[in-house]
Design a protein around this ligand. Structure first.
Ligand code: ADP
Length: 698
C-alpha cells in the first residue's frame, strides 16, 4: 500500500515535469529603441535560455505601457527591463527581487551601470550648464522614461534647479533616436537620452558626434559613453510572482552562466549577467522626483505618524497648548487692556470735559511747582496758551506779584507752601495777566500718590468784580453811615427846639386852654420825644464800630453788671429776678458795645414780660469751639417762629405804640455781635419765653 502511494507521487511529479517541459517560458523585454532592434538583440538570449533550461522560451518585446499591462496580466514568466520600470513593477505587480543584473559590452568593456546624456546642438553657445536649461524646450521620450527623463530630471533637481516645465517638454516617444532628431532639427533645444544612444547612432553613421554638445559632463574614466548624470545599475532580470522557485533558480543559474564570449552574448551586445545590483538608489531617485509608483503620497495613518514623529508630535502638542494658553492669555490681557484703555479714555474725556466746563480756572503743578495741566478757563483768565503754561514754573510765569504790584517771594507763595507741607489752602491772592496783577480767590489742594506729595491742584476765580463791588459797597455804606450820623445829629437840634417851645407854650398858656388843646399839645410833645428816641437810637446804631480804639479783653460779667446798673430802675419797677447761671468768660472785644448788647437783651426781657408774672431772667455761657456762646433767657411773652429772623432787622417791631420802642435794639445787637465775629439768633415759643443766644469769637 505504502509502495503504491510513493509510486503515485512519483508519477504525478513526472507528469508535472513533462507538462512544465512542454510549457514555454515567456521572456518579456523592454524595447527602448525600436521593437525590431530589441527583437534582434534579445532573440539569441532566448535561444540560449531555451537550451540551458531544456524548455521552449518565447521572447516578447514591449514598450513601457505594454510592459506594465503585460506584467499586470502575468503575460510573462521573466522580464528584462530598465531599473525604474523594474522598481515600479516590483511595487505594483509583485515582481521578484532581481535574479541578475545585465553587464553590457561596449567595445569589449564590461559596463554594469548606465546613465543619461543631456545634450544640445554644438552651436548653442548659450546652453552650457544645467542652469541654462531653464525655460528651454527639452526633448524626452516620455515622462515615465527612466533613461530619457527621470535620471536627467533627478540630476537637475539635485543641483537645486527647477525641473523643465511640462509645457517646455517635447515628447518624442520611442525609439530614443527621435530625441536626437528633435534636437538636431531644432524642434527642441535640449535632449535627454540614455547614455550610449548618441554613440550607437554615430556608429551607424546617422549623426556626427561633433554636431552635439554634452551638458554637465561627468568624468568616469571606465565609462565609455558621454555621460551627464550619475550611474545607475544596468537592467535587471526578475520573475513574476506566479513563477516557482525552481524555475527562478534555473533561470538565475542560466543567466549567470552566460559566457561573454558566447555567440548569444555577442549577438545581444552584452557581456553577460552578474549578481543582482542594488536598486535602492533608483527607488530613492523615483521617490525624490515623485515618479510612479511614488507619484502618490503614501497613506499615512495616525499610528504611522505617531511611530515616526511621536516625540515631535508630543513636543508640538505641548507647544500648541502653550501657544494656545499664551494666545488665550494674550486675548484676555488684550481685552483687559482695551477695557482699561476705554475706561481711561472715557475718564480722560470726562476729566477734560469737566475741566473745560468749569467756571473756575484749574491747573496742576508737580512737586517743583511746574505746571502739568491747565484748563481752558485758567488759560483765558491768565491770557496764556497751554504751550506757554505746561512745563513752566507757575510762580515765575504768573504769580510773582501781589495785588499792589509788589514782588512776591516764592517762599511765601501758598502753592509753594502746600507743595511743601501738604496742607490745603484757601486764600485771596493775585495773579498776573499781561503783566498786571488781578485779585484771585485761590484754593490749593495737595496731590498725593501712595502717600507721597507729588504736587498740588490749584483752582482759582478772578475776584476783581467782587472786590470792586465790595469796595463800592464799603464806600456807599460809609457814606450812608456818615449821612445817617450827620442827619441824626443835626435833626436833634431842631427837635430839641420843638420840644422846648412846646413846653414853653404849655407853661405860658397854663390853665387857659381847653382839654382838647392840651391833648393836642401833649401829642405833639410825645411825638417829639419819640422822634428824639428814634434819632438817638439811629445815632447809637450808626456809631457801632466807629470807636477808634481796638479790641481789648472784656470780662463779660463786668459788662453785664454795668448793663444791669443802667437798667436798675426798670428792674426794680417790675420786680425782675436776674440770675447768672454759669461763670461768664473774658472775651476780646469792645467793652462799650458789649455792655449795650447785654443791656438791649435784658431790657427787652423786661419790656416783653407777661403782665401777670414778674420777669425771671437767666444769663449763662458755654464754650463753643474757639468761641463762647452766651444766652439771655426770659419767661416773657415769647414769639412765633416766623418772626425769628425779622426781629433782627432795623425798624422791625412786633408791637405797636403800647410798648415803647423803635425797632433798633435787636438790629444794633446783631451789628455788635457780627463786629465781634459771631452771630445771634433767638429760640422762643409764644407764652413761654424767649432765649437770645449769641457767640463771641474775638
Ligand atoms: P423795640 O424793642 O424797640 O421794639 P427791638 O429791636 O429791641 O425793638 O425788638 C424788636 C421786636 O422784637 C420787638 O418789637 C418785640 O416785638 C420783639 N422782642 C424783642 N425782644 C423780645 C423778648 N424778649 N420777648 C418777646 N419779644 C421780643
Amino acid at each position: 500500500m505504502r509502495l503504491l502511494a510513493a509510486l503515485l507521487v512519483l508519477l504525478s511529479a513526472l507528469a508535472g515535469a513533462a507538462a512544465d517541459a512542454a510549457e514555454p517560458v515567456k521572456l518579456g523585454v523592454l524595447a527602448y529603441r525600436s521593437k525590431d532592434h530589441a527583437t534582434a538583440q534579445w532573440q539569441p538570449l532566448a535561444g540560449y535560455l531555451e537550451r540551458a533550461l531544456g524548455r521552449p522560451v518565447t521572447l516578447t518585446v514591449h514598450d513601457l505601457d505594454e510592459m506594465n499591462a503585460m506584467v499586470a496580466r502575468h503575460g510573462a514568466d521573466a522580464i528584462l527591463t530598465n531599473p525604474a520600470n523594474f522598481v515600479l513593477l516590483q511595487q505594483t505587480a509583485g515582481v521578484s527581487a532581481p535574479l541578475a543584473t545585465l553587464i553590457t559590452d561596449v567595445a569589449g568593456h564590461e559596463v554594469t551601470g548606465f546613465g543619461g546624456t543631456i545634450f544640445t546642438r554644438a552651436d548653442r553657445a548659450d546652453i552650457r550648464t544645467l542652469a541654462d536649461l531653464a525655460g528651454k524646450r527639452v526633448a524626452v521620450a516620455s515622462l515615465d522614461s527612466f533613461g530619457t527623463y527621470q535620471i536627467e530630471s533627478f540630476e537637475i533637481a539635485d543641483a537645486g534647479l527647477p525641473l523643465p516645465r511640462r509645457e517646455d517638454l517635447v515628447l518624442t516617444g520611442l525609439p530614443q533616436d527621435g530625441i536626437v532628431d528633435a534636437v538636431l532639427s531644432g524642434r527642441a533645444e535640449v535632449g535627454f537620452l540614455r547614455a550610449g544612444v548618441l554613440e550607437a547612432m554615430a556608429a551607424e553613421g546617422r549623426i556626427a558626434l561633433a554636431s552635439v554638445k554634452i551638458i554637465n559632463r561627468q568624468n568616469i574614466p571606465s565609462y565609455p559613453y558621454a555621460l551627464s548624470t550619475r550611474l545607475y545599475p544596468e537592467w535587471p532580470v526578475a520573475v513574476l510572482p506566479q513563477v516557482d522557485r525552481q524555475l527562478a533558480t534555473q533561470l538565475t543559474v542560466a543567466l549567470l552562466s552566460l559566457r561573454p564570449d558566447s555567440p548569444e552574448a555577442h549577438a545581444a551586445g552584452i557581456h553577460g549577467f552578474t549578481t543582482p545590483a542594488n536598486y535602492d538608489g533608483v527607488e530613492a531617485m523615483l521617490r525624490r522626483l515623485r515618479h510612479p509608483p511614488f507619484d502618490r503620497g503614501p497613506e499615512f495613518t495616525v499610528a504611522d505618524l505617531w511611530a515616526r514623529y511621536g516625540s515631535w508630535m508630543v513636543a508640538l502638542s505641548v507647544l500648541v497648548v502653550l501657544l494656545a494658553g499664551a494666545g488665550a492669555a494674550l486675548v484676555v490681557m488684550y481685552r483687559h487692556s482695551r477695557r482699561a484703555l476705554h475706561e481711561t479714555e472715557r475718564l480722560a474725556a470726562r476729566h477734560d470735559l469737566l475741566l473745560s466746563s468749569l467756571g473756575e480756572g484749574v491747573y496742576g503743578v508737580d512737586a517743583s511747582g511746574v505746571c502739568t495741566f491747565v484748563n481752558p478757563t485758567a488759560l483765558s483768565l491768565l491770557g496764556l496758551t497751554a504751550e506757554q503754561v505746561i512745563g513752566a514754573d507757575q510762580h515765575a510765569l504768573f504769580h510773582s506779584h501781589r495785588t499792589d504790584g509788589n514782588h512776591y517771594p516764592v517762599e511765601e507763595c501758598p502753592i509753594h507752601l502746600t507743595i511743601k507741607d501738604g496742607k490745603p489752602r484757601d486764600v485771596e491772592d493775585a495773579f498776573l495777566r499781561d503783566g498786571q496783577p488781578f485779585p484771585v480767590r485761590l484754593g490749593v489742594t495737595p496731590m498725593r500718590q501712595g502717600g507721597k506729595l507729588v504736587g498740588a491742584v490749584v483752582a482759582f476765580q478772578d475776584i476783581s468784580a467782587r472786590k470792586d463791588m465790595e469796595a463800592e459797597l464799603q464806600r456807599s455804606y460809609a457814606e450812608l453811615e456818615q449821612f445817617a450820623y450827620a442827619a441824626s445829629h443835626d435833626m436833634r437840634e431842631p427837635l430839641r427846639m420843638i420840644s422846648s417851645f412846646l413846653a414853653l407854650l404849655e407853661r405860658r398858656l397854663g390853665d387857659g386852654i381847653d382839654d382838647e388843646a392840651r391833648e393836642f399839645l401833649s401829642f405833639a410833645m410825645d411825638g417829639a420825644r419819640r422822634m428824639d428816641r428814634l434819632i438817638v437810637g439811629l445815632l447809637d446804631y450808626s456809631r457801632i464800630g466807629r470807636g477808634g480804639e481796638g479790641p481789648e479783653p472784656v470780662v463779660v460779667a463786668e459788662a453785664l453788671d454795668e448793663a444791669l446798673a443802667n437798667l436798675s430802675l426798670a428792674i426794680d419797677e417790675c420786680g425782675a429776678r436776674i440770675e447768672v447761671a454759669t461763670a461768664l468768660p473774658t472775651v476780646n472785644g469792645y467793652r462799650r458795645e458789649l455792655v449795650r448788647l447785654l443791656q438791649n437783651l435784658v431790657g427787652n426781657a423786661l419790656k416783653y414780660r407777661k403782665p401777670d408774672c414778674p420777669p425771671a431772667i437767666t444769663v449763662s455761657a458755654r464754650p463753643d469751639g474757639p468761641c463762647w456762646e452766651i444766652a439771655v433767657a426770659d419767661n416773657g411773652i415769647g414769639m412765633a417762629p416766623e418772626h425769628f429772623e425779622r426781629i433782627f432787622r432795623i425798624f422791625q417791631r412786633l408791637h405797636g405804640a403800647e410798648v415803647e420802642g423803635c425797632g433798633i435794639g435787636l438790629a444794633s445787637c446783631r451789628k455788635i455781635v457780627e463786629r465781634h465775629g459771631g452771630h445771634i439768633w433767638v429760640e422762643s415759643e409764644p407764652g413761654t419765653g424767649s432765649t437770645f443766644r449769641f457767640t463771641l469769637c474775638r
